[in-house]
Each structure stands twice: as structure tokens, then as C-alpha cells.
Design a protein around this ligand. Structure first.
Ligand code: ADP
Ligand code: MG
Length: 729
């Protein structure tokens, strides 16, 4: 009988490196050639249309039907000259990844033939028959259809033979059914609120925009081995597998030499990304074996989110060209590091000032401290909701585990910023006024050394660290759409800044000077938000206890975490700028609970099937082989000698039998729990039942399977082992 695993291992180890198809040309020569960017627009559009669209893009205004009519034919011509035959509205439904439905550029010409056509109305808006996308009940109550509408702030691009037009996806009555619509609204809300606060410092500020630089972690495994692991194919992670004797304990993988085949994959990926105008820059090995990271130069937040989704699709495709499969799951392997997606987040003004960057003089640093204090306050007041924005069934395996940020949101600022805030907090109003009149800070606020920008001490255990000129949100999952976390952060800060301005204005109305008023409120915020600041070890048990004492959200059950999306505070935060209505928040939670349940349900089924069809039969076969051997021993040796010789083997038989029995018993228990949970109608209660009663069976089943893996004959074991999966050749 052939063993799929052994064949796969053999094929994987004999794999030759496929040569890279990247051309010799410099990247600047082909960068963005697949994007309908301003350069392409200038070439293909009339001057008038070009001016109209670029100004709409700059102002963040929608494109009129009329304008779309002028743009569509030019866009089609450009796309066809670049090999496109089809077009699609490309959007981010509430499932993983992106959605697209391709239509060819084809119309009857009225003379019995066909022509290529792409009318403006199809550029501006489409009605994909998208009733199968999750809406949390929003559509069934109104109209079955959803609309996709062009988001001109993210340029159209070509993937394969298809012109992709980034769009928002909304219901007939205007509720968001996707990730992009709320993200855009949160960006607008933050722009408005931050601009208003900036005006205290510089009346010339007209706009504040948000930047995102994501760092994408991922695993690569050989496709043959992937195909021999039904758990990875169906759930994205290993549901069983004993630790490899060697994994990451020697710390020899991080920043190590990149294996040749992986490097070839990375080079081709970069080539594809650059053509699409994605400014990827950094590539390196990560901590775990077979784990890697890719990061671009940061970009405007909405564009960066689109680019991250695009790169994930590209990675999947390019990996196949090198006989790899890419795993974006947050925890594909037990016992080694999981994958995150660090979101480097900052906001800056149209006057070129990064508001999270310390300045060169006291006024600039006062502004810096003002924004930092508001971020801390936003994080503090919304820590539960911000955690909800990154909580998923898959990310839960990473958060709270040993190497990832804990399932508690806190912020690390580094020693220097912390001590400046501490001084600020202790300063008296007199100091403030003195500092005002003498134009000199006695608080040290004016003397933040510039080198700080490159010199912040790092705390890898912090989920939300200040890193010199940005905040790095590290709790985002590697498979996530960044929009969820970014919408939460933008919304929280926007609402916080609105409150801040109201408080400052009130003091001014009472007769305080502007600086006095700002100082008073900033100081109050620094004091109030203190519980969110934590510079210690986020993995320690002491922190868990301390965080609970500080009143931070310590909930670890994902379905329960979602509740805070609809807390009174969250409802207020999302109502600002109409980012989400209360109804939307409720319906999106419905979707989240359903997705949670389905993910655990699928894992439970796969684990059950593999246990019953792969593991138990192999365990029994090995057991019977041992029993045969014992029976034969008995025929050869006299009783006393036999007893001595068979002692160890009998113990082994017992162990196999016990583990096989335990696997079966626990699979039965899990199936029972699943059946019971399936009978629950309410989606929240059902998700909680899956979390509380189905999920806990996984660990027990796995424990016994992993023990069996250690004792069963290697030749018989059906699934590629960690030591085979994890070391790419
Ligand atoms: P690491 O955290 O691993 O040291 P890097 O320093 O390479 O990572 O940067 C991580 C990401 O942060 C990159 O995408 C980079 O462009 C981005 N980044 C740098 N400065 C900013 C900023 N001011 N705002 C947002 N992102 C930034
Ligand atoms: Mg980083």
C-alpha cells in the first residue's frame, strides 16, 4: 500500500528550484504599469476629464455618472492595450479576502456582430447578484440586492486578464455590506476631527490623512505535503502534529539566509507587486521555521488596505508557481510562533506634519503630546472594542498564546515618552502659564531628542507600541482584512478628538486662554488614560492580574468579545461620521458570530474525520502488528522468558490501545457537543456554545493523537509530520 505522506515527502525533497521570470529591467521602469494611475489617466483622458477626476480624488468626492461616462471608454482602451478582456468590480465582503465577478467587454453592435464596450454606468455602479454574501440580515429585510460603487480614491488595476475596479459594497438602503465603506467613512471622520484640533496649533491645516504600513507574516509549505494534510487544506492550520525535535529553539531562522526556492518565490512576488504599484520593500525570514515577512513602504490607509488584500491574493498565486502553498492562518503550527500583521498607523497634515512625530520645538512637541494623549485616551476608552476589531476564531489561537500579544489591549510608549508624560501630568497650571509666557517649557517637553525617532526601545510583547513616529498595532491577524482594525482605530480617535475639542472649547468659553485650556485637558487625559499604558512584559501572568485590576477588558472568548461592538460607547463612536449605524453594528455582529461558528464547526468535522478515518485505523493496525509479534514470541520462547521479553511490547500495546480509545471517546464527546450547539437558533448563543463546549475537545483529542504519532511505526503514519512540513529545501 502506498503511503501518501512518504510519497509527498520524497517529491518535496527532490524539488528543483523553478527559475524566476522577473526581467532584468530596473523596477522603476515597470513600477505601476498595471495600474490606471495618474500617469495613465493623463495619457488616456481629455485634459478636462483628467482635471475633474483628479480633483474629485483629492477631495474624496464621489464621481458623477457624467464623469464616469467619459472615463470608462478610456479606461477600457488602456486596459485592452494591457491585455485585459474582462472587467470586475472588486470589493471586500464580510468574508475573508475579496470578491469579484468578471464580465467581458462585449456588446452587440446592432449589425449582427459584437464590439468591445464598457459603458460609464457600469464603471460607476453595479448590482452584483450578491445575495449569498453575508449581511447579518440587513438585506433580507429590504431588498435582496447589494450595490457596488466605484471608490476612485483607489486606482483601477489589471490582474491577469481582468480590469479590477475597487468598489464599496452597500445595500439597497445604504447600509455597508463590506469593509471598505466604513473604512472610508472612518478616514473622513478622522480627517475632520483631527483637522479641527490641528487648527489650535496651525490654522493653515486643511486636511489630515491616515497612513498605514503593514507587515505581513506568512508560512510557506511544499504543495505536495500540503495536499497530504487535509486539515491544512480545509482549515488552514494543523489540527494535530507532534512538535519537531528541532523547531525555533536555536533562533537560527530569524533574519537567516533565505532558502533558494523561497527567494525565487519572493523575487517573483515582488515583481508582480511592483507592476501593480505596491511599494513592497522588505523581505526576511521570521522567527519560526518556514515563516517569512513582507512589508511595503507605508501608504495612504485605504490604498494600503487594498494593496494588502491584493498582495495576499498574489502570494497565493505566485506560491503555486514554485510548488508552495502559502499559509496566512494566524497559528498554523502548535508550539512555534504564529503570524500577525503589524499595522503601522500614523496621521499627517496636508502641511506635511506627521502628528505622531515629536517636533523640533516646544510648540511642535506640545502638539505631539496632545495627539499622543488623545490616542491613549481613545485606546483606553475603547480597548474592548479595539480588541473586538481584531478578534476572530483564527487569531484567538495567537493572541494570549506565548509569543503573541496578549488578549488585552495596552500601549507601550518607551521610557522617554513615558517620562515626558509623567512630568506633564505632575506640572501645575502655573507651570503651564509660565511655559506659555516665557516661550520655554520647563517640563522637558521641548527637549525630546530628535534621535528618538530611530531609537525607541522596542517591547515585542506590546499589542500597541509607539515606535518613534507611529503606533504599531501588532494584534492584527495575518489573515485579516486590515480595514477592520483601521476602522476601529480611526473611529475611536476621531470620536476622542471631537470630545477633546468640545472640552477645550468649553474652557475657552469660560475665559481660559487657548494654551491653558489645551494644557488642562491634555493633562487630564494623560492622567485618566494611565491604565492603558504598560511597559512591562505583556506575556506574564502578573500582567493579566494587573490589567484586570486596572479595569481593562480581559475577556478571551471571541463570541463574547464581539458584544462590546454594541456597547453605548461603541455606538457613539461609530455614529460619529455615520461610520456604522447601531443597526449595522448589530447585523455585523450576526455575521461575526456565524463565521465564528462555521470555522469551529469545520475544524471539528475535519478533526473528527481525520481521527476516525486516518488515525484510529493506523493505531489499530499498529496495535494488531504488535499483538502478532507478541503471539509469535510466545510460540518461540518458554513462558518465563516470554514474559520478560514481551513486557515492554505489552506496555506499548496498552499505550496504543489507551490513546486510540481516548481519541474515539473524545471525538464522540465533541460530536455530541456539536449536535447540541447546532440546535441553538440564536447565533450569539450558538457561537458561545461552540466556544465553550466544542472547542475544548480539540486539545484533548490532539493530545492523544500526538502521543500516538510518537509511538506508531513511522512508515505507517499517514500525515506529514512537523519535521517534514517545516523545513523547506
Ligand atoms: P519593523 O517594525 O519590523 O522594524 P520597519 O521599520 O521596516 O519594521 O517598518 C514597518 C512598516 O512601518 C513599514 O511598512 C514602514 O513603511 C512603516 N512606517 C514607517 N514610518 C511610518 C509612518 N510614519 N506611518 C506609518 N507607517 C510607517
Ligand atoms: Mg514592526
Amino acid at each position: 500500500m502506498s503511503n501518501l505522506r512518504l510519497n509527498a515527502v520524497e517529491t518535496a525533497s527532490n524539488r528543483k528550484v523553478t527559475p524566476v521570470t522577473r526581467p532584468e529591467a530596473k523596477l522603476s521602469e515597470y513600477y505601476g504599469c498595471k495600474v490606471f494611475d495618474r500617469k495613465a489617466m493623463a495619457k488616456y483622458l481629455s485634459k478636462e476629464t483628467f482635471v475633474a477626476i483628479t480633483s474629485a480624488m483629492d477631495q474624496g468626492e464621489p464621481i458623477s455618472r457624467e464623469l464616469a461616462t467619459h472615463i470608462a471608454p478610456a479606461m477600457r482602451m488602456w486596459a485592452m492595450e494591457n491585455g485585459a478582456t474582462h472587467y470586475t468590480h472588486w470589493f471586500h465582503p464580510l468574508t475573508d479576502g475579496t470578491a469579484e465577478k468578471h464580465d467581458a467587454f462585449i456588446e452587440y453592435d446592432g449589425k449582427g456582430g459584437v464590439i468591445e464596450e464598457f459603458p460609464g454606468k457600469l464603471l460607476a455602479q453595479q448590482e452584483p447578484d450578491a445575495s449569498s454574501f453575508p449581511s447579518g440580515g440587513l438585506r433580507s429585510t429590504f431588498e435582496a440586492r447589494g450595490y457596488s460603487a466605484w471608490d476612485p480614491s483607489s486606482p483601477a488595476f489589471i490582474m491577469g486578464d481582468t480590469l479590477c475596479i475597487p468598489t464599496v459594497f452597500i445595500s439597497y438602503t445604504g447600509e455597508a455590506l463590506d469593509y471598505k465603506a466604513p473604512l472610508l467613512k472612518s478616514l473622513a471622520a478622522l480627517d475632520k476631527a483631527a483637522t479641527a484640533v490641528c487648527k489650535y496649533f496651525n490654522p493653515d491645516v486643511k486636511h489630515v490623512s491616515t497612513s498605514l504600513g503593514w507587515e505581513q507574516e506568512y508560512f510557506l509549505i511544499d504543495e505536495e505535503l500540503y495536499n497530504a494534510r487535509p486539515d491544512i487544506v480545509l482549515t488552514g492550520r494543523t489540527l494535530m502534529g507532534h512538535e519537531s525535535a528541532k523547531n525555533q529553539q536555536l533562533e537560527d531562522h530569524y533574519f537567516g539566509a533565505i532558502p533558494r526556492r523561497v527567494l525565487a518565490f519572493m523575487k517573483e512576488l515582488e515583481y508582480e507587486a511592483w507592476k501593480l504599484g505596491i511599494p513592497v520593500k522588505t523581505r526576511h525570514n521570521e522567527v519560526a521555521p518556514n515563516q517569512f515577512e513582507l512589508a511595503p513602504i507605508y501608504e495612504e490607509c485605504n490604498l494600503a488596505v487594498d494593496h494588502n488584500l491584493l498582495i495576499m491574493a498574489l502570494m497565493r498565486e505566485v506560491a503555486r508557481r514554485y510548488s508552495f502553498r502559502v499559509l496566512m492562518h494566524e497559528k498554523p503550527f502548535k508550539g512555534i510562533n504564529g503570524s500577525g500583521k503589524h499595522n503601522n498607523w500614523s496621521i499627517s497634515t496636508n502641511t506635511g506634519i506627521n502628528l505622531f512625530s515629536p517636533g523640533k520645538n516646544q510648540a511642535e512637541n506640545f502638539r505631539f503630546i496632545t495627539f499622543v494623549a488623545n490616542v491613549l485616551m481613545a485606546l483606553y476608552k475603547n480597548n474592548a472594542m479595539i480588541k473586538a476589531s481584531i478578534s476572530t476564531a483564527t487569531n484567538a489561537h495567537r493572541l494570549g498564546a506565548n509569543e503573541a500579544p496578549p488578549a488585552i489591549i495596552s500601549s507601550f510608549l518607551g521610557a522617554q515618552i513615558s517620562s515626558i508624560l509623567d512630568k506633564f501630568e505632575k506640572a501645575s497650571l502655573d507651570d503651564a502659564i509660565k511655559m506659555d509666557s516665557k516661550k520655554r517649557f520647563s517640563l522637558g517637553v521641548g527637549q525630546i531628542p530628535e534621535i528618538l525617532v530611530d531609537n525607541t526601545d522596542r517591547n515585542r510583547t506590546s499589542p500597541f507600541a509607539f515606535t518613534g513616529n507611529r503606533f504599531e498595532f501588532r494584534a492584527v491577524g495575518s489573515s485579516a482584512n486590515c480595514a477592520s482594525a483601521m476602522t476601529a482605530m480611526n473611529a475611536a480617535l476621531a470620536y476622542q478628538l471631537v470630545e477633546f475639542k468640545a472640552e477645550v472649547d468649553e474652557l475657552i468659553a469660560q475665559g481660559h486662554s487657548k494654551k491653558e485650556a489645551l494644557f488642562t485637558i491634555v493633562k487630564k487625559y494623560i492622567k485618566e488614560s494611565k491604565p492603558i499604558r504598560f511597559d512591562g512584559n505583556g506575556y506574564s501572568n502578573e500582567w493579566r492580574e494587573e490589567a484586570a485590576r486596572r479595569g481593562l477588558d480581559c475577556e478571551t472568548s471571541v463570541p463574547v468579545i464581539y458584544d462590546c461592538y454594541t456597547s453605548p460607547q461603541s455606538i457613539k463612536v461609530f455614529a460619529n461620521g455615520n461610520i456604522h449605524t447601531e443597526k449595522e453594528l448589530h447585523s455585523r455582529n450576526e455575521v461575526k458570530w456565524e463565521v465564528y461558528t462555521k470555522k469551529i464547526q469545520i475544524e471539528a468535522r475535519v478533526l473528527g474525520d481525520l481521527s476516525l478515518n486516518h488515525i484510529i485505523p493506523v493505531g489499530l493496525r499498529y496495535q494488531s502488528q504488535l499483538l502478532d509479534s507478541v503471539a509469535k514470541l510466545k510460540t518461540v520462547f518458554p513462558q518465563d522468558k516470554f514474559e520478560k521479553l514481551a513486557e515492554e511490547e505489552l506496555r506499548l500495546i496498552e499505550a496504543v490501545a489507551e490513546h486510540v480509545g481516548a481519541v474515539k471517546a473524545n471525538v464522540d464527546k465533541m460530536t455530541e457537543a456539536r449536535k447540541k450547539a447546532n440546535r441553538i437558533e440564536d447565533s450569539r448563543k450558538k457561537a458561545i456554545a461552540y466556544h465553550d463546549t466544542v472547542l475544548p475537545c480539540f486539545d484533548t483529542i490532539r493530545y492523544h493523537i500526538d502521543k500516538l504519532e510518537l509511538i506508531v511505526d513511522n512508515e505507517m503514519w499517514p500525515l506529514p509530520k512537523y519535521r517534514e512540513l517545516l523545513f523547506v529545501r
